[in-house]
Design a protein around this ligand. Structure first.
Ligand code: 5PN
Ligand code: ZN
Ligand code: ZN
Length: 268
């Protein structure tokens, strides 16, 4: 769409060991990486893609990831910097439900919610090795009840306002806002292509490739449901970027993130 604007909402940072970021490759050692959400101002409405992590959740469940997040880096804080409130967001799309992509959903009970049709069931019954990734269930009464984790729910959360529309395959969320099914990292993982009036399209790898080096070396993170599918999805990300002559933006790459527009700056 000619007047589409894309804002990156800085959500703070976390730490992982290099052998988690670059599975079976490393090198080891602490890597601090950014977490961010994507706000799309579009003729068809305001779309939020992912919602970052919840600081209190990480401190409680994964304090070893050393979260750093200011008030301005929460979803309400980042929206406020743009003169917006959570109720101004019409649609929330979650690429997948790892805790660093859904922690702010709780602030958006009035929004329409969309995700891959297998991601909520997977959050309800994660594989044993996925339990930590799917540890923030505050976005879903169904998941919180199924897992016996209703203590995470905030006042006002209901089945009704935490129910998702499930999608499958590649889907155009709005004109020029394209979701590509790239499973492997999670069962229902999507990445995102944004098209604009003038500038080149932007392809957000999301967690199919945490960093530029991940894609260059086809080295995925150690968190995945199907590593074969994960490599195939990385190849697909490369091909999509080529086919659409898109700029690539990575989900958890501090060096590149420092060059991205954040705050009141935007892509159009
Ligand atoms: C940042 C981060 N830390 C841990 C996990 C995990 O266990 O699954 C996904 C994930 C993460 O994105
Ligand atoms: Zn993830
Ligand atoms: Zn992530």
């Amino acid at each position: 769409m000619s007047d589409t604007k894309v804002y990156l909402l800085d959500g703070g940072s976390l730490v992982l060991d290099g052998f988690h970021v670059f599975w079976n490759r490393g090198p080891g050692g602490e890597i601090r990486f950014p977490v961010y959400s994507i706000l799309i101002e579009h003729a068809e409405g305001r779309f939020l893609i992912d919602s970052g992590y919840d600081y209190d959740h990480v401190m409680k469940v994964l304090p070893f990831e050393k979260p750093q997040q200011s008030k301005a880096q929460t979803i309400p804080g980042a929206l406020a910097e743009l003169g917006l409130e959570p109720k101004d967001v019409g649609v929330v799309f979650n690429s997948h439900f790892h805790f660093d992509h859904c922690g702010g959903n709780k602030y958006l009970p009035h929004a329409k919610r969309i995700c891959h049709k297998l991601e909520v069931p997977q959050t309800c019954s994660p594989e044993p090795f996925e339990v930590l990734g799917y540890s923030d269930v505050s976005f879903s009464v169904e998941a919180a009840e199924t897992r016996g984790m209703t203590d995470q729910l905030i006042d006002g959360a209901t089945r009704e306002n935490t129910t998702f529309e499930g999608i499958e395959g590649d889907v155009e969320l709005a004109k020029g806002v394209k979701l590509f099914f790239t499973p492997g990292h999670s069962i229902g993982h999507y990445n995102l292509l944004g098209e604009f009036g003038t500038r080149k399209p932007i392809l957000f790898s999301i967690d199919a490739a945490y960093t530029q080096k991940s894609l260059e070396t086809l080295c995925q993170a150690s968190f995945h449901i199907d590593p074969d599918a994960g490599v195939q999805s990385m190849r697909r990300v490369k091909q999509l970027a080529e086919d659409h002559e898109a700029d690539l933006m990575f989900s958890h790459d501090m060096e590149n993130f420092k060059t991205y527009k954040t705050g009141t700056q935007f892509y159009r």
